[in-house]
Design a protein. Structure first.
Lengths: 275, 128, 103
C-alpha cells in the first residue's frame, strides 16, 4: 500500500510539470552555449566526433583507423541487403529511395503518436512488403542502418522543432530522462556529459552531448562489431547500476528525439569507430 | 556502620525469578511450534514477496536498479533450493536496494528540473 | 574460396604502404553459444604476402587475433605496376586471397 501511495505522489508531481518547461529552442541554445564556454577552442561542429574532438592523440589514431575502417565489411553487407528483393519483388529503395535518408529520422509521427526511429522505419518497411521484422540488435539491422548512414554522410541534422502537445510530451520525456539521476551510482546523463564533460571517467574522455546521435551505428572495438545508439544507452544505464530498457523502447526513442533536437545543425557522420 | 549484604536471594527475589523463568519457557515453547510450513519458510516467502513487490514498483516508476534485480534473482534461486537463511539475506538486500531506487524515483520526479544547463532560472529546491 | 580480402596501398618514396582488411570470424574455440556448446575454433593460421613473385611476409596467426583482422605492412623497393598479393589459410583449410596493383 505504501508503494502505491508513493507512485501516486510521483505521478501527481508530473501533472504540473508541463507548465514549468522551457521551450526546446532555448534548451538547445543553453546547451550549445555551455559547450562553447566549456571548450572555447573547439568549434561546436567538431563535437560530432565525440571524444576525438577533445583528445588530440586519440584523434590521430582514430583518423588512421577511419582510413580503412572495420565497418566497411558491414557497410558492404548492408548495400547487398538494401537491394535484396522482398517477397513482393520490391526492395528497400521502395521505402528509402537511394538510401540517403538518415536526415529523415527520428521524427515524430502524429498518426502513431510516437517517435519513429530509422530502425523502426526499417521494420515498418519489411512489414509493409511482406517480410518478417528484424531484431533491433541483429547483424542485418546494423548492416542496413550502417549502409544508410554511410550514404547519408554530410546531411545535416534537421529535426523540426517539437510543437504539438504530443511532440512536446516526447521531447520533455527525453529531456527528463537526460536530466534524472538513475541507477545505484545515482548518475544522470548530464552529470557526465555536461558537468564533468571533457574529464576522464576511468580511461574514457567524456564527450559532449551535441553530436552524440550523429554517428550511429558505431563499430565499437569493445563489441567487435557494429551497434546502435540504443545499445550504447543500455550500456551507459548498466554502467551506473540502472536496469537498462529495451532497444527501441519508448523511453529510449524519446531520449533519441531530445538528443537529436539538441544536435540540430550538426553533420550526420555515421558509421564510425569507437573504442 | 557497615552494611551487610545478603549473598543469597531473599524470598521475594526468588518469586520474581521463578515467574520470569516460567514466562520465558512459555514464550519459547510458543515460538517453537511444529507443523508445516515452518516459520523460517514463511518468513522467507514473505520477505521475497515484499522484495519482489518493491522491485516491481521501482520498475513501474522506470528506476529499476540492476543490483536489486540480481539480489532478487539470488533470493528466488535460494528459495528453490530451500536455503531460507540465504533467501532472507538476499531478499533483505533486494528490498534495501529497491527501496533506495524508489526513493531516487521520488526525489528525481521534481529534482530533475532546474538543473544546469537548462532552466537555470528555476529556484533551486530547498534542501531538507 | 572465402570472402575477398580488401586491400589498399600507395607508394611513398619507393616504399609501398599496404593496408588490408580480412573478413573472418576468428573463433578462438573457447566460446560457447547460447545453447552452451563450444563454437568450434575457426581462425587464420598463415598469411603470406607477395610483391610480384617474391614472398615478402609470412605470418603465423592464432586465435588471439580479433575478428575481421586488419593487417598493415610496408614493402621496400616498390614501384608503380607491382602487384601485391595477400593469401591466407585457416585452421579448417579454407583459403582466400586479394590482389592490388600499385599505382
Amino acid at each position: 500500500m505504501q508503494h502505491l501511495a508513493r507512485i501516486a505522489i510521483a505521478a501527481c508531481t508530473l501533472i504540473w510539470m508541463p507548465f514549468l518547461y522551457a521551450d526546446p529552442a532555448s534548451d538547445r541554445t543553453a546547451l550549445r552555449d555551455f559547450y562553447a564556454k566549456r571548450f572555447p577552442d573547439i568549434p561546436l561542429s567538431a563535437h560530432k566526433d565525440g571524444a576525438y574532438a577533445l583528445n588530440a592523440g586519440a584523434r590521430e589514431q582514430w583518423l588512421e583507423l577511419e582510413d580503412f575502417p572495420p565497418y566497411e565489411i558491414e557497410v558492404d553487407e548492408g548495400a547487398e541487403l538494401f537491394t535484396t528483393a522482398f517477397a513482393d519483388g520490391t526492395d528497400f529503395s521502395a521505402c528509402f529511395r537511394d538510401a540517403r535518408v538518415r536526415q529523415d529520422f527520428p521524427r515524430f509521427d502524429a498518426e502513431q503518436a510516437t517517435v519513429v526511429t530509422l530502425e523502426m522505419a526499417v521494420n515498418a518497411c519489411l512489414h509493409d512488403h511482406g517480410e518478417a521484422p528484424w531484431d533491433y540488435g541483429s547483424a542485418e539491422m546494423n548492416a542496413l542502418t550502417a549502409y544508410i548512414a554511410f550514404k547519408s554522410r554530410g546531411q545535416i541534422v534537421d529535426l523540426p522543432t517539437p510543437q504539438t502537445a504530443a511532440e512536446m510530451d516526447a521531447y520533455n520525456a527525453g529531456k527528463r530522462f537526460y536530466q534524472s539521476r538513475r541507477g545505484q551510482l545515482n548518475f544522470a546523463c548530464s552529470n557526465c556529459h555536461v558537468q564533468i564533460v571533457g574529464n576522464q571517467l576511468r580511461a574514457e574522455t567524456l564527450s559532449a552531448s551535441i553530436g552524440h546521435v550523429t554517428h550511429w551505428p558505431t563499430y565499437r572495438f569493445k563489441w567487435q562489431e557494429l551497434g546502435g545508439l540504443h545499445l550504447r544507452f543500455q550500456e551507459c544505464n548498466s554502467q551506473v547500476g540502472a536496469e537498462p530498457f529495451q532497444l527501441q523502447s519508448e523511453v529510449y526513442r524519446n531520449l533519441e528525439y531530445f538528443l537529436t533536437f539538441m544536435s540540430n545543425g550538426m553533420q550526420w557522420n555515421g558509421p564510425t569507430t569507437r573504442k | 556502620m557497615e552494611r551487610t549484604y545478603n549473598k543469597k536471594m531473599n524470598t521475594t527475589g526468588k518469586k520474581v525469578a521463578t515467574t520470569i523463568a516460567i514466562a520465558f519457557v512459555l514464550f519459547a515453547a510458543g515460538g517453537a511450534q511444529s507443523g508445516a510450513p515452518s516459520t523460517t519458510e514463511q518468513d522467507a516467502a514473505a520477505a521475497l514477496h515484499e522484495a519482489r513487490s518493491a522491485y516491481q514498483t521501482s520498475d513501474q516508476l522506470g528506476f529499476a536498479w540492476r543490483p536489486a534485480k540480481l539480489a532478487l534473482a539470488a533470493a528466488e534461486a535460494a528459495l528453490v533450493v530451500g536455503d531460507y537463511a540465504q533467501v532472507l539475506e538476499h531478499a533483505a538486500q533486494a528490498r534495501r536496494l529497491a527501496d533506495a531506487s524508489i526513493a531516487q524515483a521520488e526525489r528525481e520526479a521534481s529534482a530533475w528540473q532546474g538543473r544546469a544547463p537548462f532552466d537555470t532560472n528555476h529556484q533551486p529546491r530547498a534542501l531538507k | 574460396m572465402a570472402a575477398q580480402i580488401k586491400i589498399r596501398g600507395k607508394i611513398k618514396d619507393g616504399v609501398a604502404e599496404v593496408k588490408s582488411l580480412m573478413p573472418h570470424p576468428m573463433e578462438t574455440g573457447t566460446r560457447r553459444n547460447a545453447e552452451g556448446n563450444i563454437v568450434p575454433a575457426h581462425y587464420i593460421q598463415t598469411v603470406t604476402c607477395f610483391k610480384n613473385d617474391e614472398q615478402v611476409i609470412q605470418a603465423h596467426w592464432g586465435p588471439a587475433v580479433s575478428k575481421n583482422p586488419f593487417f598493415a605492412f610496408k614493402v621496400n623497393n616498390a614501384a608503380s605496376g607491382d602487384t601485391i598479393r595477400i593469401d591466407w589459410v585457416d585452421n579448417t583449410g579454407e583459403t582466400s586471397s586479394g590482389e592490388l596493383v600499385l599505382k
